[in-house]
Design a protein around this ligand. Structure first.
Ligand SMILES: CC(C)(COP(=O)(O)OP(=O)(O)OC[C@H]1O[C@@H](n2cnc3c(N)ncnc32)[C@H](O)[C@@H]1OP(=O)(O)O)[C@@H](O)C(=O)NCCC(=O)NCCS
Length: 263
């Protein structure tokens, strides 16, 4: 059997500032009743719009990939809040989204399990104690010295949330704390902080965090769970030997709802 040597991941961005009144109406009309009712729970219009944008984006992209109408898609959430596509059923597609007031990100892949997170910089108190139950991090690490503490904080934060969306748990204190180990390309290999445990070795190479272009004023991370059936290594960015090559396609939703590839 020939093993696939390439993993394709699609990332789409959308910006609220690109949408006019008519577009908002169109986007809202794509949502189902449950989504519309969630949207209208937001008190502030800017938050409501962010919700509508990311859920409209999700429908447009999946509809394009699967060849069905955006309104024909039906989603359910599992017990921990991970969204699942139930109509059309049995689609081998993994997806995740994140929204902030500045923009929406959606990721999908038929090859690997993915999670994505974006945060607006400056919205959370810059307190590493918030992260410590989940992540082993140090404000004085080399990365912090290079990038500045605020950028590091949001990178840890989005990495944690992207990872927790990919594995489907949400940030959980019952999960071993995460260690992010940089590779030569600046991506982070996720390890679990369980010293002397065989579990750590097993989990060590299962996930990688890639920093992705974020909406203005935001930090964003993509988490990729490595394909169980493929060789254990993902190479960036070129194919080499038996490694699996990861290809990230970046696209943008334009105001006329075309899904266009970024230059
Ligand atoms: C899932 C979580 C990460 C949400 O993140 P967020 O930044 O508030 O919101 P985002 O827009 O980025 O993501 C929301 C989407 O995540 C997805 N999501 C929620 N739970 C999920 C889970 N268990 N697995 C996978 N995806 C999940 C959903 O699609 C959700 O969108 P929807 O419910 O509106 O359809 C959640 O854990 C959370 O509420 N975090 C709050 C902050 C926090 O405590 N962080 C801990 C670090 S200190």
């Amino acid at each position: 059997m020939r093993v696939k040597k390439r993993c394709d991941i699609q990332i789409w961005r959308a910006s609220p500032s690109h949408m006019d009144h008519a577009r908002w109406r169109q986007l809202t009309s794509l949502l189902d009743l449950a989504e519309r009712s969630e949207a209208f729970k937001f008190r502030q219009e800017v938050d409501r719009k962010a919700y509508v944008l990311v859920h409209g984006l999700r429908r447009l992209v999946l509809s394009d990939m699967l060849g069905v109408a955006p309104t024909a898609l039906v989603f359910r959430y599992d017990k921990k809040g991970k969204p699942q596509l139930v109509e059309p059923p049995h689609q081998p597609i993994h997806f995740s989204h994140s929204h902030t007031r500045n923009g929406a990100l959606f990721v999908a892949s038929t090859d690997v399990v993915v999670g994505i997170d974006a945060e607006s910089i400056g919205t959370e108190p810059l307190d590493f104690e918030l992260l410590r139950p989940y992540v082993v991090c140090s404000e004085s690490s080399e990365m912090d010295k290079k990038n500045g503490t605020e950028a590091s904080f949001y990178r840890y934060w989005t990495a944690l949330e992207a990872y927790s969306k990919a594995v489907g748990t949400g940030p959980s204190t019952s999960h071993p704390r995460l260690l992010f180990v940089p590779d030569a390309q600046g991506n982070w290999n996720v390890q679990c902080d369980v010293p002397n445990s065989p579990e750590m070795a097993t989990r060590a190479t299962q996930a990688v965090i890639v920093r992705v272009a974020a909406p203005v004023g935001c930090e964003a991370s993509l988490a990729i769970l490595r394909h169980a059936a493929s060789p254990t290594e993902i190479s960036f960015p070129e194919p080499s030997g038996e490694k699996v090559t990861l290809v990230i396609h970046e696209k943008e939703l334009t105001a006329d709802f075309e899904l266009t590839r970024r230059p």
